[in-house]
Ligand binder design. Structure first.
Ligand code: NAP
Length: 416
């Protein structure tokens, strides 16, 4: 008699605002639209989240993987979470609640997605694991609270001066302090000043354009590819806070850096691994890093094949056009898709994948091949369709191959 009433307990899913780099990956990944954001934070709606874990592996920082046991009626609301600067401390539950948990669906978070009670299986387009031979990445060494100061040692434009695409190659040096990175990782830049609400700007994420041993081999530096943002996706005038800050930096200026981030978009590390690289515009940054890693060991005989599909409006708007075209043809198979070159038909990367179906299929048939896609969000569907079409033409089942590529960490997307 008088046994305590069971208390409804929720394992509440939260995002750490101090580590989150606001890259939108979780919101895009969530199959039930439980994640939302404002200009301050990314947050999880406790009334919608079912703990399916789909958002956890793709998060480049791990900020997504935070959980609190809460009495359900006291769960942190979306509105509360949007105002946070840091995660609240763990609260202890009332004793009866611990003794007689009535578990909410979210408490099944550790179950596989196929477990009863867990929402529809979610299958992302790309892998959530790196290739088996990838080197070990370091992540979150420097955070919003403990950023690293880097010195600007180079900043120059890598697109034609007469074009609208003002894309810069920016080199940052870390002096004596460690900042270990791998190709395919990214860093966060903290732009100075305050946002419209009077808070410090949150970090903006940029992929590395240089390989692990530095923009200049043996130096403690790295490079970024940054496009000056002057309009939004709809074409209306907009001033990109961080891109304009970075593009205007002068030599010897200092920059606050956090990171590194990312543990899946990594290149294979074993000999004779082939890379198919598919990018648009500034999405070329990680492809430059990987290509340069291969170029530096060209004489070792370790390299597999490199095949690049690179989309830009015109040759003059294609970042790194000059250096790219100087690379030996037997080192890298370059396919340029130009969409607005005068006198030429509009071409997208997916058109060229179809044009080169035989060579693409030959590489796909080799288990040493990894595929990387980086750039505009819109290309993702087009690239997947093209890969499906060329594999099916060659008599293979794309759904089986797609599944293998994902499982083996051989197909990666980083699109915005
Ligand atoms: P952009 O100049 O706007 O576009 C590059 C090319 O892609 C153009 O030829 C464009 O053609 C074409 N394109 C447009 N829609 C396409 C589609 N659905 N499929 C295939 N191609 C398509 O590119 P950008 O401004 O440099 O943007 C690159 C993207 O990469 C940005 O969204 C950026 O956030 C992202 N990114 C950057 C980094 C970095 O570190 N800097 C890293 C990862 C991702 P048309 O416009 O002529 O139709």
């Amino acid at each position: 008699m008088n046994a305590p009433l069971p208390v409804d307990v929720l394992r509440q899913h939260l995002i750490d605002p101090e580590i989150c780099i606001r890259c939108n990956t979780c919101e895009e990944t969530c199959p039930v639209d439980a994640i939302t954001h404002d200009s301050n934070n990314y947050v999880v709606d406790p009334d919608i989240c079912n703990g399916c874990m789909a958002c956890v592996p793709p998060c480049p920082t791990g900020s997504i993987d935070n959980w609190r046991l809460m009495v359900r009626s006291e769960a942190y609301s979306v509105q509360e979470q949007l105002g946070w600067e840091e995660l609240p401390k763990e609260k202890s539950l009332p004793t009866p609640a611990v003794e007689s948990d009535v578990l909410a669906p979210a408490a099944d978070a550790a179950l596989p997605a196929s477990a009863p009670g867990v929402a529809a299986t979610f299958t992302p387009a790309g892998a959530s694991v790196p290739p088996w031979s990838a080197a070990h990445p370091y992540v979150n060494l420097y955070t919003h609270k403990t950023p690293m100061t880097a010195n600007v040692v180079g900043n120059y434009r890598v697109t034609g001066a007469d074009t609208e695409s003002d894309i810069h190659h920016i080199v940052l040096d870390f002096g004596e302090l460690p900042f270990p990175v791998l190709e395919g990782q990214s860093i966060g830049i903290l732009p100075p000043g305050l946002d419209a609400q009077g808070r410090p700007h949150h970090a903006r994420q940029y992929s590395l354009a240089s390989p692990r041993d530095g923009e200049r081999a043996g130096y403690n530096n790295l490079s970024l590819t940054v496009k000056r943002v002057t309009e939004d996706h709809g074409g209306a005038a907009a001033h990109g806070v961080c891109s304009n800050y970075l593009c205007d930096l002068a030599k010897n200026d200092t920059v606050q850096v956090i990171g590194p981030f990312g543990h899946t978009f990594l290149m294979p590390n074993h000999p004779r691994a082939n890379l198919i690289m598919i990018c648009t515009g500034t999405g070329s940054a990680p492809m430059r890093a990987m290509t340069e890693r291969y170029r530096r060991r060209i004489d070792t005989g370790e390299n597999g094949k490199l095949m690049l599909f690179f989309g830009a409006r015109t040759e003059r708007e294609l970042p790194y056009f000059g250096p790219l075209m100087k690379l030996p043809r037997d080192f890298i198979d370059i396919n340029l898709a130009l969409s607005r070159e005068a006198g030429q038909p509009k071409r997208y990367v997916q058109d060229l994948i179809r044009d080169r179906a035989e060579q693409v299929c030959a590489l796909l048939a080799d288990r040493n091949t990894c595929i990387y896609v980086c750039g505009l969000k819109g290309m993702e569907v087009g690239v997947l369709d093209a890969l499906r079409d060329v594999t099916m033409q060659s008599g293979q089942d794309w759904s089986i191959l797609h599944d293998v590529l994902r499982r083996e960490g051989r197909l990666h997307f980083e699109t915005y």
